[in-house]
Write a protein that binds this ligand. Structure first.
Ligand SMILES: [Zn+2]
Length: 200
């Protein structure tokens, strides 16, 4: 299973991905009804020709009817399995979405990085962070910068934790976390160099 492209910033009933899976449920249900109807019609037809004496047992005609009915029965079984699978997938998606949405809301409420793990590019709230600096300055404060990266790192770890809990593929999130950590290390080096130059 790939990482879900759910929009975790909104509730599951507003999520395009969950809506897409709900449509699969509706489509699969419609397909199941159509398959059931086809098999019912075929049985009615079979009874009519049999009662009219046109389908003697063991004749090629009888075997052809059995094959047709078996085939239609099998289509109902397959449609039924597809319908159950669609319901399972949708149910799993909305439960997972609910969990992630709650986590997202908590992270957001704590003033942490938004858009975590939505499958979109993570946007860091740089302008908001800068507004908190009392004196406007063209320089970015190192602790503010590191704070942004720390929160992004923490948010990814929360998302990965949920993926682990729900046994989902978190490799995409692990890759993003690794990127954040690499950037963090590089900034740390730059900050250390700047401090050394300042003291020199
Ligand atoms: Zn969703």
């Amino acid at each position: 299973m790939t990482t879900t492209p759910c929009a975790w910033s909104v509730d599951w009933n507003e999520c395009p991905n969950c809506a897409r899976l709900k449509k699969h449920v509706d489509d699969a249900h419609a397909a199941l009804l159509a398959a059931s109807e086809r098999v019912d019609q075929a049985y009615d037809e079979y009874r009519d020709v049999r009662d009219a004496g046109h389908v003697a047992f063991g004749t090629p005609s009888h075997r052809a009817w059995q094959a047709r009915l078996d085939n239609l029965e099998q289509q109902v079984d397959e449609a039924s399995a597809a319908s159950r699978a669609a319901i399972d997938e949708w149910g799993k998606s909305i439960r997972l979405h609910h969990r992630f949405h709650m986590a997202y809301t908590r992270i957001d409420a704590a003033g942490h990085v938004g858009h975590v793990g939505t499958g979109e590019t993570t946007s860091l709230p740089e302008t908001e962070e800068m507004e908190e600096v009392p004196t406007p300055t063209p320089l970015i404060r190192a602790d503010k910068l590191m704070g942004i990266l720390d929160r992004a790192e923490a948010a990814y770890k929360v998302s990965i934790g949920f993926c682990d809990l729900w046994d989902l593929d978190a490799s995409d999130l692990h890759a993003r976390l690794a990127t954040i950590q690499t950037i963090r290390t590089q900034f740390e080096r730059l900050i250390d160099e700047a401090k050394e130059n300042h003291h020199a």
